[in-house]
Design a protein around this ligand. Structure first.
Ligand code: ADP
Ligand code: MG
Length: 683
């Protein structure tokens, strides 16, 4: 009997050649062992054939039947529409890639199996490009178990990847001798690592048991927490400018000139920041404060001692609009104190841009404001001492690290500001490396925004009300929302709304901003609105964060049901900033469900962003609220905060022990779960 040598490298596995190896590397897989930790993202069920009549929409299932009709529909994008029937009903299949020969094979086949996700489209059940298998006589055997579906990459098909992973599982636990890195007490009541991995890759009956999934989730959450805590520990070894904030003359002058006093909450968080900046190690602080709580001023005051001590301060905002507004605000505050403020925007023309870059590099520009553009390689600071990031709770770990590089020699202090409350689950995972300060009170004298739900049928009433407010000197925003993150469609919706409003209010001055406009144009319109030269600003959600025009006192939000509560609260925060009574009108569509309506009612009942975020969280789960799935930051392979939040306390305790006593285990866990993921090194 020929003995086959056990594989040692990826290339020794069947189906792995140099090209596939490169693809595997892209997935962070370099050794055989890494394949064990490449976990399924989900499972597909090909273990049974279901009937059309019993099938649920939205979950891919296997069906068996015949193709009874086919039709080719010409057009810009040619498509084939087939009729699929089983004994219980009929459905439509839509194909965009096909040949006529293929269609005739399908039609002449006795039987077909299709595997795909059914959707309801124009009253019919429809499959778009399902997998179709043709057979005659005896149907092919069904799978015994659920099919794992893995994250994959170009050049590596799902079946090939699955096969590669199965080969590695076949090598068995003795081959790998995976070390159990969790402490024995934890392991006592839990499956072994091998068993858990095996169950997840090869579920025997239905989905893998919770105990196995949890065993892995626990380890993964622990690895991520350890990574953050180690980064934090690394950080405390870096050198940062230690600046004393006592006797900062420019700060005293600015405070003296303000038409109001700092709130107690502002003063408190400022002293927390001062305490950090006074240390020779970089601050890593998250400043949380509801919309309108006055975070910008805190940022300005925090910057002054560093600037006085000869360092530069950078302020980064998420949108160009907001960065420009900050640039104006900081110029108003700081230029009279003899401090030079520069604005770097992504859309600047080459010459002014070069000039700003030179001033940043020479240190002539002391306070630098911009968008992400600030962190491009070509932006070289002279002596960067503090980086402030506005409205970015999504500012990821990798980006936080990148900032280090900007501080030639010294690592700048970091202050991250957000109006979005961080749920505990995220605070314990994504933000375990940050200290947190909270501004928990609004400046005095604010009247809460009066929020109303109005059905779209009544827009006539609304234009009348707007008209009356304009006569009294008020101003309004009209926000158009669309579900799609599609600038073009959003822009079109806003444009057509503006035209409608222009016919209804012909004597009023109406402006428009959307993401498709050139930034000069946008800022021109914003400027006009903020100077009172426009009565009404029709906008997309580009104005969501940070925009500050205190005279504006009405906000109309079209189709508010399309947005989360936290986002609506952000938008609503654009009004209620001045002394006028303010309104927020939620103009909902006529098909709104009772449930959706009751969700919007919450906005009427409270102006408290923390309560609203909690309500959002309850309904949608932390993954959605935080946008972590979208930002690709700290993505878990398997742990899911919606299901595994109950593990976090245990994880925190375990992490503390490991950090204190077992550095080798820390490194091994990080390597095992996150090790090769390059996204911590590059953004
Ligand atoms: P946010 O926390 O949402 O970023 P801003 O910094 O934009 O809030 O502040 C909102 C408004 O409140 C601004 O017009 C600002 O000038 C004003 N403001 C800030 N601090 C105070 C204060 N202590 N008293 C009164 N108004 C304040
Ligand atoms: Mg702000």
């Amino acid at each position: 009997m020929p003995t086959t040598k056990a594989p040692e490298r990826l290339l020794d596995l069947a189906g792995v050649g140099p090209k596939v190896e490169v693809a595997l590397n892209r997935l962070g897989i370099f050794e055989l062992k890494d394949l064990l930790f490449h976990l399924p993202a989900r499972y597909e069920d090909r273990t049974q054939v279901v009937k059309l009549a019993e099938m649920q929409l939205g979950t891919p299932r296997l069906l068996e039947g015949e193709i009874t009709a086919s039709q080719v529909i010409p057009g810009r994008r040619m498509q084939a529409v087939l009729t699929f029937e089983d004994t219980t009903g009929a459905a439509r299949i839509r194909l965009f890639h096909f040949s006529r020969a293929y269609l005739s094979t399908l039609k002449s086949a006795d039987h077909v199996r299709i595997f795909g996700e059914a959707r309801s489209h124009q009253g019919a059940i429809e499959f778009v490009h399902p997998e179709i298998t043709v057979f005659k006589g005896v149907p092919p055997a069904l799978d015994d178990t659920l099919t794992p579906i893995y994250p994959t990459t170009e050049g590596l098909t799902q079946p090939r990847l699955r096969n590669i992973i199965q080969q590695v599982l076949d090598l068995g636990p003795d081959y790998f001798q995976l070390a159990e890195l969790l402490d024995p007490a934890t392991l006592k009541q839990r499956p072994s690592l091998w068993d858990a991995l095996h169950a997840v890759h090869r579920p025997t009956k239905g989905l893998p048991p919770d105990a196995d999934v949890e065993r892995l989730a626990l380890e993964e959450l622990l690895a991520h927490r350890l990574l953050l805590l180690s980064r934090r520990a690394d950080f405390s070894r870096f050198q940062a400018p230690a600046v004393s904030t006592d006797g900062c003359a420019t700060r005293a002058q600015l405070i003296q000139r303000l038409p109001f006093d700092l709130t107690q909450a502002q003063a408190r968080v400022l002293s927390e920041i001062d305490g950090d900046v006074n240390q020779p190690h970089p601050m890593l602080r998250l400043l949380q404060g509801d919309v309108g709580s006055g975070k910008t001023l805190v940022a300005g005051l925090a910057a002054l001692p560093l600037i006085e001590a000869g360092y530069q301060v950078a302020l980064m905002a998420p949108t160009e609009l907001l960065s420009e507004q900050h640039a104006n605000q900081f110029s108003d505050w700081l230029q009279p104190l003899g401090i030079s403020v520069g604005w770097l925007s992504g859309s600047m023309k080459a010459a002014p841009r070069r000039a700003v870059l030179e001033h940043i590099a020479s240190g002539a520009c002391q306070m630098v404001i911009g968008t992400h553009a600030l962190f491009q390689a070509e932006v070289v600071f002279n002596r960067l001492g503090l980086v402030i990031i506005d409205e970015q709770h999504r500012f990821g770990v990798a980006q936080r690290l990148l900032l280090r590089e900007k501080g030639s020699g010294l690592t700048p202090h970091q202050l991250i500001m957000t109006a979005t409350p961080i749920p505990r689950t995220l605070a314990m995972t994504q933000y375990a490396d940050l200290d947190v300060s909270v501004i928990d009170a609004l400046p005095p004298g604010r009247t809460p925004v009066d929020t109303r739900l109005v059905s779209q049928g009544r827009d006539q009433d609304i234009t009348e009300r707007l008209d009356a407010q304009f006569s009294e000197g008020g101003q309004a925003y009209w926000v158009c929302t669309l579900i799609e993150e599609n600038d073009q469609l959003q822009a079109e919706a806003a444009e057509s709304r503006m035209h409608k409003l222009q016919t209804l209010l012909p004597h009023r001055r109406i402006g428009l901003v959307h993401g498709r406009m050139h930034s000069d144009e946008k800022s021109h319109v914003m400027q006009a609105f903020s100077e009172g030269a426009l009565d009404l600003l029709v906008a997309t959600t580009v104005i969501e964060v940070g925009v500050n025009v205190p005279n504006a006192n009405i906000m109309v939000i079209e189709n508010p049901e399309r947005l989360g509560l936290a986002q609506l609260h952000q938008l609503r925060g654009r009004v209620g900033r001045g002394s006028r009574v303010s309104f927020c009108i939620l103009l909902y569509g006529d098909q709104l469900s009772e449930q959706a309506k009751s969700r919007l009612q919450l906005l009427r009942e409270t102006n408290d962003g923390f309560k609203l975020a909690a309500a959002d969280l309850e309904r949608r789960g932390p993954g959605d609220v935080s946008g972590t799935r979208q930002t690709g930051e700290l993505l878990f392979k398997l742990a899911d905060l919606n299901h595994h939040a109950h593990l976090l306390d245990e994880v925190a305790t375990m992490a503390d022990t490991v950090m204190r006593q077992q550095p080798a285990i820390r490194d091994a866990l990080i390597a095992r779960w996150i090790g090769h993921q390059e996204h911590f090194a590059h953004v």
